[in-house]
Design a protein around this ligand. Structure first.
Ligand code: NAP
Length: 287
């Protein structure tokens, strides 16, 4: 007998469309009030094919929202000092309201130094230590776009967070760590797992909410998923494969994100929306 999908799909594509429409509305109000077209600089170092595609998609969405994409492309041989100088110049440019440095950046560039060169008010991707610190403390901040997009998805689908037990697998500064902080701030109880975690499967099995942010195809196995759990797959591996065994997990979960069409579109929509908010703040336009 064929097994049936019992989980409801969390449709990131549909929600992203609504977020982008909201951002376009904000941009129209900013233009009307200030006469300024908000600008988003996308900084790409090298020519990693996935990064080329991501920055192209981000510029396209930026344009569709009525903003001005500013394309900065640099050779893989760029030094940390040169990159920091270019980002600092963008930081001083009043026509640029948001700066995105596409990661990963090629070795041996010091990615952290590049991120830290972004002024916090233009850090629309939420990558600076200042933004992360503010996120942890629950202060106003541009959140890292992937976890911030996931929080929107969880709210859209009315996932109860207060008192829920969430297990986040992955502790990167752009994904797992801010994700854990955002969930804690929403009053979830959070376990943050990583490559040294002992007995990961047992921890995941207890979770009401599972966030997979590992970067390993189908790493989260179906029988780690508690019946009725909410499963969010942030992973994006070659061949459009997530970090969760989707087919198996979908038989046990109550809600699950697909790959593609779940977390990915929400990441870009959050970036665009945060850029509109950054422009409004810098131009003193109340939305
Ligand atoms: P990352 O920096 O490589 O971090 C991966 C994390 O997974 C690390 O914390 C690592 O632990 C942990 N990990 C690795 N092997 C593990 C294991 N066997 N057991 C438990 N934890 C393990 O990756 P990332 O940038 O956070 O990205 C994670 C995934 O999300 C990737 O698939 C990436 O493509 C995807 N992503 C998607 C979007 C989107 O918009 N959809 C955006 C960003 C990233 P250690 O810290 O101990 O090494």
């Amino acid at each position: 007998m064929a097994t049936e999908l019992s989980a409801k799909i969390m449709d990131g594509r549909a929600l992203a469309q609504r977020v982008l429409a909201g951002a376009a509305g904000k941009v129209a109000r900013i233009k009307e009030a200030s006469g300024v077209v908000p600008g988003l600089a996308t900084v790409l170092v090298g020519s990693d094919p996935a990064s080329v595609t991501y920055t192209r998609m981000k510029r396209k969405r930026c344009e569709e929202a009525g903003m001005r994409p500013v394309r900065v492309e640099l050779p893989a041989t760029t030094s940390t000092e040169e990159l920091v100088g270019i980002i600092a110049d963008l930081g001083r440019d009043a026509s640029i309201h948001g700066i995105l440095v596409q990661h990963p950046v090629p070795q041996p560039i010091d990615k952290r130094a590049a991120f830290e060169a972004i002024p916090v008010e233009k850090d629309v991707d939420g990558v600076t230590s200042a933004s992360l610190g503010r996120t942890i403390l629950g202060m106003p901040a541009f959140g890292s776009c992937t976890p911030a997009g996931i929080m929107r998805l969880l709210r859209e689908y009315h996932v109860p967070l207060d008192g829920a037990y969430a297990v986040v697998v992955g502790r990167s500064p752009i994904l797992g760590r801010p994700m854990a902080s955002m969930l804690i701030n929403a009053h979830a109880t959070v376990t943050l797992c990583h490559s040294r975690t002992r007995d990961l499967a047992a921890l995941v099995r207890g979770a009401d909410i599972i966030i997979a942010a590992v970067g390993k195809p189908e790493f989260i196995e179906a029988d780690w998923v508690k019946q009725g759990a909410v499963v969010v797959d942030a992973g994006y591996n070659p061949g459009n494969v997530g970090d969760v065994d989707f087919a198996g997990a979908a038989e046990r979960a109550s809600l699950i994100t697909p790959v593609p069409g779940g977390v990915g579109p929400m990441t870009i929509a959050t970036l665009i929306d945060q850029t509109a908010d950054a422009a409004a703040q810098q131009l003193r336009v109340s939305l």
